[in-house]
Design a binder for this molecule. Structure first.
Ligand code: CP
Length: 295
């Protein structure tokens, strides 16, 4: 299987092989390794992105692929063309793989059934964001050596978070202990059987504290009454960060709402791995693109 639709459905061995290959790519001194020369990939983003879009493009270019960037706002989607017709259009022109970010839940699996090129999920609704979780696992392994037994607290807008879901599915395969912490309006009840919801005090007792962005764009009006109240009850404030264990690290998929879910001064603090996560996105996506496209 060359598509990567999510981490729930793939094996621990498959995930390990992607992480190992990313380590190989990270160790390469040469920036360019044209293993995907003459291969064409389309990056199809139907939702906004900075990190995912550019690190995929960086990864693809470092592997020598020909890159087509599709932005929905500048395309015939604006004339009402469907996502399916857009993907079929690019497929008919001869792309060898597609990287896709979508809002509608369930559409990606449907698309993957209907098209023959490998598809790589760059985030679909609140379902999965597999390459984000892969780079998160990679960052944790870099720090702690192994994932088994690692205590990971995921704090914030679990309900809308594809990052939380992909991390949950992957971390559990490796025997990590995942805890969630969220206000009631941001909890996903169907996930409670997989990871307990705990208080913020309990969540701070962890090796990894992963803060999530409050996804203001996905909230119904009024769900987030006050950013200041949110920070007070669920934010990683300087005071809370001072309670973290000595070896603990802070992660966040970004973009960050500074001084809402995490205090400004913590974003680039010693414990923070937020920019390391972004760097690690490139070798992870090199490994994923190679898996999708190498002949
Ligand atoms: N972490 C992440 O997915 O960021 P972007 O939305 O900027 O791609």
């Amino acid at each position: 299987e060359r598509s990567l639709l999510g981490l729930k459905e793939i094996s621990r061995e498959e995930i390990s092989s992607i992480l190992d290959r990313a380590a190989y790519w990270e160790s390469q001194k040469e920036k360019m390794s044209p293993v995907l020369k003459n291969r064409f990939v389309a990056n199809m983003f139907f939702e906004n992105s900075t990190r995912t879009r550019f690190s995929f493009e960086m990864a693809q270019k470092r592997l020598g692929a020909q890159v087509l960037n599709f932005a929905a706002a500048a395309s015939s989607v604006e004339k009402g063309e469907s996502i399916y017709d857009t993907v079929r259009t690019l497929e008919s022109m001869g792309i060898d793989a597609g990287v896709i970010r979508l809002k509608p839940i369930g559409l990606l699996a449907e698309l993957a059934e209907k098209v023959s090129v490998p598809l790589v999920n760059a985030g679909d609704g609140n379902n999965e964001h597999p390459t984000q979780a892969l780079l998160d696992l990679y960052t944790m392994k870099q720090q702690f050596g192994e994932l088994k037994g690692l205590r990971v607290s995921i704090i914030g807008d679990i309900l809308h978070s594809r990052v939380a879901r992909s991390n949950l599915w992957a971390l559990k395969k490796f025997g990590a202990h995942v805890k969630f912490c969220a206000p009631p309006s941001m909890q996903a009840p169907e996930l409670a059987e997989h990871a307990p919801y705990v208080s913020i005090e309990e969540a701070l007792k962890a090796d990894v504290v992963m803060m999530l962005r409050v996804q203001l764009e996905r909230h119904a009006v009024g769900v987030l009454k006050s950013a200041e109240q949110y920070r007070l009850h669920y934010g990683l404030t300087e005071e809370r960060a001072a309670q973290l264990e000595p070896g603990a690290i802070i992660m966040h998929p970004a973009p960050v709402n500074r001084n809402v879910e995490i205090d400004d001064s913590l974003v680039e603090s010693d414990k923070s791995r937020i920019f390391t996560q972004m760097s690690n996105g490139v070798p992870i996506r090199m490994a994923v693109m190679e898996r999708a496209m190498k002949l």
